[in-house]
Design a protein around this ligand. Structure first.
Ligand SMILES: [Ca+2]
Ligand SMILES: [Ca+2]
Length: 77
């Protein structure tokens, strides 16, 4: 059995259940002060488990929507 099939099945089940299991918030909700960037404090409240540094590609200490969205896209692919 291929790993990708297992992952997709688990993902589909998760989506079907509608339950957010430590699922990161979408960018607009994570960006609490709506300045267009998710900073470290906002990221800490986003529900994401991945280290912020892995997403902060330009290393400026905050996440743009593009950087943050990489987190969401990784959830189910
Ligand atoms: Ca912000
Ligand atoms: Ca950044």
């Amino acid at each position: 059995m291929k790993m990708t099939q297992i992952t997709l099945t688990a993902c589909a089940a998760l989506l079907a259940s509608g339950v957010a299991l430590a699922e990161p918030k979408e960018f607009k909700k994570a960006d609490a002060n709506a300045d267009g960037m998710v900073d470290a404090a906002e990221y800490a409240n986003s529900g994401a488990e991945k280290p912020m540094a892995e997403l902060d590609k330009d290393k400026n200490g905050s996440l743009s929507k593009k950087e943050y969205d990489a987190l969401l896209e990784e959830e189910c692919d």
